[in-house]
Design a protein around this ligand. Structure first.
Ligand code: PGA
Length: 248
């Protein structure tokens, strides 16, 4: 079964609403491709602007974060129903920056996966190892543990709709990309893990992205690998280069 490619930008904490509007206009013609799911995951304050700016195009909007309760006394947070109402389709969770800087653990991330599905959002679930674990050679055990925790209680039908992003921390924003073979090794391992945790049909349906310094120059090679179904792109999603990645 052919999996549909998904190229998602992770804007992180970049772009004011007016800058976001300008970036959408700049990218508009460059990201046209009806064979690829194109997603802009943007700061919460930019969501309304970006949803308006991409209306009628092939671009879908994602959020970078949310909290697991629907409403209430959670100062500073936004909920899944708020995202859905604003027109958001995807949401990132488990990103290493949220794990490391904001202390999010796999128990919370697991709750986010379940909540996103319950609310009608598609999770982009990130995993990935540090440089120390890569050097120690225990990166696959680490990723197995992350995914196993994060998907606890998640059904096979849900996993078929899930996007998993493999993002080695040592490659994020560093200019150091995993080689296509290194990325394929782990993405293939993740697919085998899904087959083990669920079944073959689920493993074949789940979409797996690579993320970490993906750019216009290396995207085609990474995306040519059998288990790499797309990319989660930080720095290069803020530039016209993003269009080249979409069309790589
Ligand atoms: P990068 O970020 O492309 O800037 O390395 C990727 C990510 O953190 O999602």
């Amino acid at each position: 079964m052919a999996r549909r490619r998904i190229i998602a930008g992770n804007w992180k904490m970049n772009k004011t609403p007016s800058e976001a509007k300008a970036l959408c206009a700049e990218l508009k013609d460059l990201v046209k491709n009806d064979d690829v799911d194109v997603v802009y995951c943007v700061p919460a304050i930019d969501i309304t602007t970006v949803v308006e700016a991409v209306a009628g195009t092939n671009v879908q909007v994602g959020a970078e974060n949310f909290y697991i309760e629907d409403s209430g006394a959670f100062t500073g947070e936004i909920s899944a129903p708020m995202l859905v109402d604003a027109g958001v389709k995807y949401v990132i969770m488990g990103h290493s920056e949220r794990r490391d800087i904001f202390g999010e653990n796999d128990i919370l991330i697991n709750a986010k996966v379940k909540k996103a599905f319950a609310a009608g959002l598609k999770p982009i679930l990130c995993c990935g190892e540090s440089l120390a674990l890569r050097k120690a050679g225990t990166y696959k055990e680490w990723i197995e543990r992350q995914i196993t925790w994060d998907l606890d209680g998640v059904t096979a039908d849900q996993v078929k709709e899930l996007v998993i992003a493999y993002e080695p921390i040592w490659a994020i924003g560093t200019g150091e990309t995993a080689t296509a073979d290194q990325a394929q090794e782990v993405c293939g391992f993740i697919r085998e893990l899904i087959a083990k945790l669920y079944d073959q049909a689920t493993a074949e349906a789940v979409r797996i992205q690579y993320g970490g310094s993906m750019n216009a120059g290396n995207a085609a090679e990474l995306l040519s690998k059998p288990d790499i179904d797309g990319g989660l792109i930080g720095g290069a999603s803020l530039k016209p280069d993003f269009g080249k990645i979409v069309n790589a």
